[in-house]
Design a protein around this ligand. Structure first.
Ligand code: ADP
Length: 278
């Protein structure tokens, strides 16, 4: 479904952020991207969406090479990717329903969206999605009256209104408490199952990645250093991703990578994933 070949990115005034990444993501697979800060996780997601222009390599979605597409055709392909990014935050003064409907903007003309006229079928679909994410009682609330978890649910419903095949999700739980983080990731996973959606989630928390992803990619200094199942993550692999030298200098409370390393050296990843879910 999504195929990356030799994907590399060098920023003009920076290091090489991605080095020859190869990846084949089948439909319906939930992939977690883990790695230390600056490893290239956001850059990878942004290259896929073409928010960032890759320096080399190819990105194919459903067999179409994204780099050769322009204008309307590129917009059409990008619509097949739903984005749940922090900076695509909600419009605070709009209601929950209006925010979700804005996910339809890609399909509609400027004036139509400006006048906030949406086809009845789209409004019905938005309602269904809001019901699915558990916000049916908050349709008319302004976005700024919502909790962090509820805002993230609106973002999910808005992304799904586009009927995407692939979800690109950047740090979905960065500002959420642990319980809400798990609820949001569980919801994302269920929706991917129900709709056969593939997802790439940039996630800081190794434990959450292990609990909710089908597959984990570990990035370090722009290189892919691990590609496997969550249960295959062990201390050696976590060391390969996060680096041994980082352990002593950092505070376990601040660094989720190190936290995971510490926990996993005491017990197997499966055991501590089990402990988390109990
Ligand atoms: P991560 O998401 O894993 O924290 P990023 O993809 O944000 O990593 O960054 C990877 C590398 O690219 C880092 O060295 C970062 O400093 C650099 N980088 C990211 N964005 C830019 C940019 N807009 N300009 C220059 N360098 C950048």
């Amino acid at each position: 479904m999504l195929e990356l070949q030799g994907l590399s990115k060098s920023y003009t005034r920076g290091d090489q952020a991605l080095k020859e990444i190869n990846l084949n993501l089948p439909a319906g697979q939930v992939l977690a991207l883990i790695g230390p800060s600056g490893a290239g996780k956001s850059t990878l997601i942004r290259c896929v969406n073409r928010l960032v222009e890759p320096s080399a390599g190819s990105i194919r979605l459903g067999g179409k090479d994204l780099q050769t597409l322009k204008g309307q055709e590129l917009r059409r392909v990008r619509r097949r990717m739903g984005m749940i990014f922090q900076e695509y935050a909600l419009v605070d003064r709009l209601t929950v329903m209006e925010n979700v409907l804005s996910g339809y903007l890609g399909y509609t003309g400027f004036w139509r969206s400006f006048l906030r006229r949406y086809p009845q079928t789209v409004v019905a679909q938005a309602f269904e999605l809001l019901e699915r994410v558990g916000l049916e009682d908050h349709l008319d609330k302004r976005a700024d009256a919502l909790s962090g978890g509820q805002r993230q649910r609106v973002g999910i419903a808005r992304a799904l209104l586009q009927n995407p095949e692939l979800l690109l999700i950047d740090e979905p739980t960065a500002s959420l408490d642990p319980k809400t983080s798990r609820q949001i990731l569980r919801l994302i996973k269920e929706l991917c199952r129900e709709r056969q959606l593939a997802a790439i989630i940039n996630i800081h928390d190794v434990q959450l990645a292990q609990l909710f992803a089908d597959r984990i990619l570990g990035l370090r200094n722009g290189r892919l250093v691990f590609d496997g199942k969550p249960q295959e993550l062990n201390t050696d692999i976590l060391t390969r991703i996060y680096g041994e030298e980082d352990w002593s200098g950092t505070n376990a409370e601040e660094d989720p990578g190190q936290q995971a390393l510490k926990s996993s050296s005491l017990q197997s990843p499966q055991a501590y994933a089990g402990a988390l879910s109990s």
